[in-house]
Ligand binder design. Structure first.
Ligand SMILES: Cc1cc2nc3c(=O)[nH]c(=O)nc-3n(C[C@H](O)[C@H](O)[C@H](O)COP(=O)(O)O)c2cc1C
Length: 316
């Protein structure tokens, strides 16, 4: 990766970590994964949120949602299972209580959202489009933990295209579509949402899994099953990002098991234009800052003036 033609003083100002994504200019490619970072403010004691490439909110719905019964989290080797069930404050409270804080931070705000029906998805998108200070919307068609909406739309290419098409009609802001790994061929869904008007693809959401309490002989999660995340899923996420990046022209956001700067670099090299960090935030609230610093260090060591030049450079 060493660039012998680089002028000697090119690295003095530090490497350029910026990336562009669906019309957004990000100061670096690192952002939280939805649902693991609250609405941003919760993490402000641990870091300067302005250092992040973007902030991504918990998934929002038209009305507040209480989520599933507890227990809804279980630890696994190298990861965790969750069946939160998309608990959130709802759009109205988000606008009144969360946006005033988010408007002050010096980084783009991406709002993750979902609906229980095609109509509701479109209505939520219509309202998000009107929110001042929201840079982009991330459409979740991939939650495995709710009975209606979510994954129902994400596993069928026609249903995925219909919901993306409907949302596209009312949303002028950049549209990121988040895909589920719980399909046979993720590239089929990726192509369908590209054709329907998505501006970027985010992959992956969690993998459906299960854990059993051997004493009660019941599932450890009240929901029965849950979504697996964390380092255990990284090789699968990386493989899917690689496949999707080759299958579509859209930029891809890689997510799944990223803990270190080296993990993030693997995703960038495999074709991701940006990365999201989820479960790692629970282990170390400042994990993303360490990842950003690690990217900077790597570029200096490898004499890479512009991190974006690494994207999709995998040699096969
Ligand atoms: C507790 C928890 C809550 C989540 N909530 C959401 C959500 O509201 N919307 C969404 O699109 N993804 C949600 N996810 C999925 C994450 O954004 C991410 O795609 C997944 O956890 C894989 O990344 P990781 O291995 O870095 O955690 C959630 C994940 C966890 C662990």
């Amino acid at each position: 990766m060493t660039n012998p033609s680089l002028p000697e003083n090119a690295m003095e100002a530090g490497p350029d970590l910026s990336v562009s994504l669906a019309g957004l200019q990000l100061k670096n490619p690192v952002m939280p994964a939805s649902g693991t970072f609250g609405y941003g403010e919760e993490y402000s004691p641990y870091m300067d949120l302005g250092r992040l490439g973007a902030v991504v909110t918990k998934g929002l719905s038209l009305r507040p949602k209480a989520g599933n019964r507890t227990p809804r989290i279980a630890e696994t080797h190298g990861g965790m299972l969750n069946a939160i069930g998309l608990q959130n404050v709802g759009l109205e409270a988000f606008c009144q209580e969360k946006m005033p804080f988010l408007r002050q931070i010096a980084t783009p705000v991406i709002v993750n959202f979902f609906g229980n029906s095609q109509e509701e998805y479109v209505e939520v998108a219509r309202q998000i489009d009107q929110i001042d200070g929201v840079a982009a919307a991330e459409l979740n068609i991939s939650c495995p933990n709710v009975k209606h909406g979510g994954i129902v739309f994400g596993t069928d290419p026609a249903a995925a295209a219909a919901v993306v098409g409907g949302v596209r009609e009312v949303l002028n802001k950049p549209l990121i579509v988040k895909l589920t790994p719980n399909v046979t061929d993720i590239t089929v869904i990726a192509r369908a949402v590209e054709d329907a008007g998505a501006d970027a693809i985010c992959c992956i959401n969690t993998l459906t899994g299960m854990a059993v309490d051997i004493h009660s002989r019941r599932p450890q999660l009240a929901n029965g099953t849950g979504g697996l995340s964390g380092p255990a899923v990284k090789p699968i996420a990386l493989r899917m990002v690689y496949q999707v990046a080759r299958a579509v022209k859209l930029p891809v956001i890689g997510v799944g098991g990223i803990v270190t700067a080296e993990d993030a670099l693997e995703f960038l090299i495999a074709g991701a234009s940006a990365v999201q960090v989820g479960t790692a935030n629970f282990l170390d609230p400042a994990a993303m800052i360490a990842i950003i610093d690690g990217l900077d260090r790597f570029c200096r060591q490898e004499q890479i003036a512009k991190l974006a030049d690494l994207i999709g450079t995998l040699r096969c």
